[in-house]
Design a protein around this ligand. Structure first.
Ligand SMILES: [Zn+2]
Ligand SMILES: [Zn+2]
Length: 395
């Protein structure tokens, strides 16, 4: 009997033990589900589309542990999505000769890890690599590749040609790197690469370096303007986000979000670079982006020269974008006196005050106020000029 009691007690303790274990497992599962649930946000940039094209925010130059970076590929995806990017490329240095922090022989692995996560977040991931050769060749990003192994060649020219065989878009990175005062040098090697059609783009901005000479080359030689963060650590460790700094952003004006059209946009030089409150691009794209960003709320005035109120004429300009536009009057008019310096702050309505100079004018007149936008550069030291057409009826 006592045996049976012991047996019952033993069974009971077994049941209690099992029950405890079950509770422990349920609790663990619950805890796992809590700790695994991620909660991160995405920044929204108010950057408008322009007529005919959508505006995609890209960073096409970054590293992971699959070369000399410190983060895992999935981190790059979540980080870029969170910072509001639409398109990225992970461009780890290529080849066995280069330090690879994970000792993996599959050069496509970084992309294979990042792609499913990018798909789930709706981030566009371009497969690419940084072809890394000693100076004076420098570094080149090859984007839209299918297989990185086929590009891993000892000779720089063979590597670039192998990338071109995969219809890659090729960019000369940080052209002033390792040069005196960071001033780039266009070597005969680069001339050869360019003449062979193997330099589609050039970085004007890399990390927090700006290369005005490369900007001039790009304009003169019809090369696509590019920028890249070239981050190796978490972006927040390389840029001062708390003080409002952000990593360089390449705005790509594409017909749609397909890789084919994004590559077409790059080949057709439809980019603007955004860094440190400055936008770098060609005149047409910068003007389109400016015009898409602002809305002139009132452009018609009736001015009575004899009225005391004839100085209170305000052109209200709404800036719907995240960019501040720093304006300075480009041409003075001898009939109108207008505000000569205006900062069209992001998400703000600003005014231009319009005063008629004392003259005896009557009737309807049309004017175009011309302003230089100091932080919209179409070339080094050359700004775009924007127009504000207005109509005044003098009575
Ligand atoms: Zn590099
Ligand atoms: Zn790099």
């Amino acid at each position: 009997m006592s045996k049976s009691i012991f047996s019952k007690i033993a069974n009971l303790s077994l049941i209690i033990n099992c029950f405890n274990k079950l509770i422990a497992v349920v609790l663990m599962l619950f805890m796992v589900s809590i700790t695994d649930a991620q909660n991160f946000n995405r920044k929204i940039w108010n950057i408008p589309n322009i007529p005919g094209f959508i505006t995609l925010k890209a960073d096409l130059h970054m590293h992971t542990v699959f070369s000399d970076g410190t983060v895992w590929p999935s981190f790059r995806v979540e980080e870029a999505w969170s910072e509001g990017f639409d398109v990225i490329a992970i461009t780890d240095h290529l080849g066995h000769h280069y330090k690879n922090n994970v000792d993996d022989d599959n050069f496509n692995r970084n992309y294979e890890i990042a792609k499913p996560i990018a798909d789930k977040l709706g981030l566009i991931l371009i497969k690419g690599t940084e072809i890394t050769k000693r100076m004076p060749y420098g570094h080149f990003n090859a984007l839209f590749l299918t297989d990185l192994h086929k590009v891993d060649k000892e000779d720089y020219f063979d590597a670039l040609k192998a990338a071109a065989e995969q219809d890659a878009f090729i960019t000369w990175n940080h052209p002033g790197w390792k040069q005196e005062n960071d001033i780039p040098i266009w070597d005969s090697i680069h001339e050869n690469i360019y003449k062979s059609g193997l330099m589609n783009g050039i970085e004007i901005v890399n990390k927090n370096y700006y290369y005005p000479l490369a900007f001039s080359w790009a304009n003169a030689k019809n090369i696509t303007l590019m920028s890249g963060s070239d981050i190796h650590d978490p972006a927040t460790a390389e840029f001062d986000y708390l003080s409002g700094e952000h990593r360089p952003m390449t705005l790509i004006f594409s017909k749609d979000t397909s890789l084919v059209e994004i590559k077409n946009a790059l080949l057709q030089k439809r980019t603007i670079l955004y860094y440190n409150d400055i936008l770098f691009g060609n005149n047409e794209l910068l003007t389109s982006l400016f015009n898409a960003s602002i809305n002139i709320q009132n452009a018609e005035f009736t001015i009575d020269a004899d009225s005391k109120d004839n100085y209170y004429n305000y052109i209200r300009i709404e800036n719907k974008s995240c960019f501040d536009f720093d304006l300075e009057l480009a041409e003075k008019d001898n009939i109108l006196i207008v505000t000569d310096k205006i900062l069209l702050k992001a998400n703000t309505i600003s005014i231009i005050n319009l005063k008629p100079a004392p003259r005896d004018i009557k009737g309807e007149k049309e004017y175009v106020l011309k302003y230089k936008v100091k932080n919209l550069l179409k070339a080094p030291d050359d700004n775009i000029i924007v127009d504000f057409p207005i109509k005044i009826t003098f009575i």
